[in-house]
Design a protein around this ligand. Structure first.
Ligand code: SF4
Length: 275
């Protein structure tokens, strides 16, 4: 078996390691993979664990980090933690973008000029369509936050979840994000995956392990095949994509993941546009 560094360099293993900072959220989106919401049980990676995992990821040859949840910015000191992660490896932080006012907007200025991008969810240029899945006033908060962050020197990407059959809808959304200062290269569109709350709501597409890039994902519960792995349904963690409960040293889940990737039959590439 090769090393993670060699596998990442050869493109056999994706370079990004994901960290689930937390599972709680201020929203309750209809397609949420993790059944996140205000009242869910708190399961968090501490800042120290995230930074130590990042250092080990860099030593192992991984090349990028991602932070997701839940809503990461509900965790105190998340801006400082992200800045620390960005000093180790280029980092993308996923956020619903609804919390960037007042003290939180001021605190996030620490990310200006760092190697950290914030990826904000925005699903439609039509406020009512966007808010149907993500909650009242979501659209208004997000379109206010994006230029406020960009003005402060923070890199913003936009993630659109769900695919419309109407190309005009996507064209309007792209016109909107360009107007907000986000170029096409920083806009990703991905399908709803039928896991978590999306199953309950009968939404999304089924994704098998072959559809999901093998991106090492670390949570308070263990290490998973993909950030689409540590999902929650009916309050219970899915373990079908659990690699190992051991996350420290990171070498253990990294080698486990690599062994599984190298053991896959040829042609088992991903078939869904998920990133
Ligand atoms: S999809 Fe994201 S923003 Fe929506 S409830 Fe889940 S964690 Fe929160």
């Amino acid at each position: 078996m090769s090393t993670p560094a060699a596998a990442v360099a050869a493109g056999v293993l994706p370079g990004r390691v994901w960290l689930y900072s937390n599972y709680h959220c201020n929203l309750t989106c209809t397609y949420c993979l993790t059944e996140s919401g205000p009242g869910v049980q708190r399961r968090e990676l501490t800042a120290e664990r995230m930074l130590e995992t990042a250092r080990q990821a860099a030593e192992l040859g991984f090349t990028a980090l991602g932070v997701t949840g839940g809503e990461p910015f509900l965790v105190p000191d998340m801006p400082k933690t992200l800045a620390g992660l960005g000093a180790i490896l280029p980092t993308v932080g996923l956020t619903n973008g609804t919390l960037f006012t007042g003290r939180r907007l001021a605190a996030v200025e620490v990310l200006a000029g760092t190697d950290v991008a914030l990826q904000i969810s925005l699903d439609s240029a039509v406020p009512a369509v966007n808010d149907e899945a993500r909650g009242p006033d979501n659209f208004a908060k997000v379109v206010a936050a994006i230029p406020a962050l960009i003005e402060r020197g923070i890199t913003v990407r936009i993630a659109t979840t769900g695919e419309s059959d109407n190309p005009d809808d996507l064209a309007r959304l792209c016109e909107l994000h360009r107007g907000l200062g986000v170029p096409d290269s920083d806009h990703v569109v991905r399908p709803v995956i039928s896991r978590g709350r999306a199953v309950t709501a009968d939404l999304g597409v089924d994704a098998t392990v072959d559809d999901l890039p093998a991106e090492l994902t670390i949570t308070a519960d263990g290490a998973f095949w993909s950030p689409f792995g540590p999902t929650v349904i009916n309050g219970r963690l899915d373990t079908d994509l659990l690699l190992t409960r051991t996350t420290d040293p990171l070498r253990v889940p990294a080698q486990t993941l690599l062994g599984l990737v190298e053991g896959r039959p040829a042609g088992g590439d991903t078939t869904l546009n998920i990133r």
